[in-house]
Design a protein around this ligand. Structure first.
Ligand SMILES: CC(C)(COP(=O)(O)OP(=O)(O)OC[C@H]1O[C@@H](n2cnc3c(N)ncnc32)[C@H](O)[C@@H]1OP(=O)(O)O)[C@@H](O)C(=O)NCCC(=O)NCCS
Length: 421
């Protein structure tokens, strides 16, 4: 048996042999079958790259960064350590982590004119719009970022971006609150500093509860990468033009802004509020089964098993609620999950809780308004976007992203003068 595919073209009777490598055929090889191309809206069965960053097995519910299971990283690691792992492929030594932490910590401040740019937004500007614009504006502050072929330069811009995302995110939040922006505190850890920039008022040092800092670390780790999702694909696609990484990541933030990608956790919160009490769950489930609405936070394109991130978040919920007090919506969420996991409708369709089922509850407990949920996702996803961008930049096989189309419009028509239309 050979690793190849024999295709018989029934239009001509010709047979063609196409090589199979890693369970795929090269779409370009199909050209020799009478100019054949593939049609795949949404890339549901097309690999766009080779990647060594993140592995997912959706049937088994497995997620690994650089081969390390997400459960172990969430338990033992920090977000900066995981960022290093994603970017460099290996866990850092103590010295490497010290240097990396130092470098990130010393790039957290923004140029004052970025702050000026942010103050120019309307009082009710969506923080994701502010984040996307500010990150794209960074390319004008660091024009050297366009030198993407230089590894030292890539390191510098990567460090800058991971360092500045929380500062921009926090400024956007303070803007919506009408509160003065809080500058970074380089004495604090990445997550503790983020909480300080969000919530500090007049106290000299903002001391966040360690359990909340840990919960934020875990949430950022869980969101740090998810292979070729919509926003990562946007980063790679825009990055394939060899533009600077700020412009490529701004495109990723734009993709994440959309409700089909980053916005589901907010929808879960709204749903839980609408259900209001565990007594209303049977009626709600009946409505879902009749197709009236979806059980938000359930189901996933890739995971046909319990989303491994949901399990970890569920555990983090307990730690957060220990500090903030129980959110009554948690009781509804737990009961809803219990009923759905036993119900034939959900079991037969392999619908399990995904990462968004519990994350919104934690974000709310941490006092974030719903518009900030996607900003938190973006901060967590930044090292993943950058690791994938770096991989793209050095991948000799990559070309500028330029899909084909099946043209369905008119051909060669004569121009019709205005008076005759
Ligand atoms: C995530 C999601 C878009 C995946 O969609 P998909 O892979 O295209 O799966 P499908 O929409 O084809 O779903 C397959 C079946 O399960 C049903 N289904 C999927 N998710 C469902 C949900 N959350 N509640 C109720 N039914 C659901 C579909 O109606 C379909 O049923 P059918 O076979 O009787 O027509 C989808 O599960 C969803 O909308 N979930 C809720 C939103 C959400 O939590 N998104 C966050 C993802 S991280």
């Amino acid at each position: 048996m050979t690793d190849s595919l024999t295709i018989r073209d029934n239009r001509t009777g010709e047979e063609h042999e196409i090589e199979i490598v890693d369970g795929t055929i090269r779409a370009a090889d199909l050209k020799k079958v009478g100019g054949l191309a593939t049609y795949d809206p949404g890339f549901v069965n097309t690999a766009s790259c080779r990647s060594a960053v993140t592995f997912i097995d959706g049937d088994e519910g497995i997620l690994e960064y650089r081969g390390y299971p997400i459960e172990q990283l969430a338990e033992h690691s920090t977000f900066l350590e995981v960022s290093y792992l994603l970017l460099n492929g290996e866990l850092p030594t103590s010295d490497q982590l010290g240097q990396w932490t130092h470098d990130v910590t010393h790039h957290t401040f923004l140029h004052e004119n970025i702050k000026g740019l942010m103050t120019g937004f309307r009082y009710d500007a969506h923080p994701m719009g502010m984040l996307m614009s500010s990150v794209s504006a960074l390319s004008t502050f660091y024009p050297d970022a366009s030198d993407i072929a230089d590894p030292a330069n890539r390191y510098l811009q990567t460090t800058r971006m991971i360092a500045k995302m929380p500062t921009i995110g926090a400024f956007a939040y303070r803007h919506s609150q009408g509160k003065p922006y809080v500058y970074p505190d380089n004495e604090l850890s990445y997550c503790a500093n983020f909480l300080s920039m969000l919530f500090k008022m007049s106290e000299p040092t903002y001391a966040a509860d360690e359990r909340l800092v840990k919960a934020l670390e875990v949430l950022f780790i869980l969101h740090a990468d998810h292979e070729q999702n919509c926003s990562t694909n946007a980063v790679r696609s825009v990055g394939s033009s060899q533009v600077d990484p700020y412009s490529a990541v701004a495109a990723g933030i734009g993709a994440l802004y959309g409700p089909l990608h980053g916005g589901a956790n907010e929808a879960v919160l709204k749903m839980l509020r609408r259900i209001g009490s565990t007594d209303n769950i049977p009626g709600f489930i009946a409505g879902v089964k009749e197709g009236k609405e979806k059980l938000m936070g359930f189901g996933h394109r890739v995971y046909k098993n319990y989303d491994p991130r949901a399990k970890i978040i569920k555990k983090a919920c307990d730690d957060v609620f220990e500090v903030t007090g129980i959110n009554p919506l948690l009781e509804i969420a737990l009961e809803l999950e219990k009923i759905a996991l036993e119900d034939e409708y959900f079991v037969s369709r392999k619908l399990y809780p995904n990462v968004d089922f519990y994350s919104g509850l934690i974000y709310e407990a941490l006092q974030f308004p719903p518009e900030m949920f996607t900003v938190l996702f973006a901060i967590g996803r930044t090292p993943g976007w950058l690791a994938q961008w770096q991989e793209l930049v050095v991948d000799k096989e990559q070309k500028i992203a330029r899909p084909k189309q099946i043209y369905t419009g008119h051909r060669t028509r004569d121009f019709v003068p205005m008076g005759q239309r």
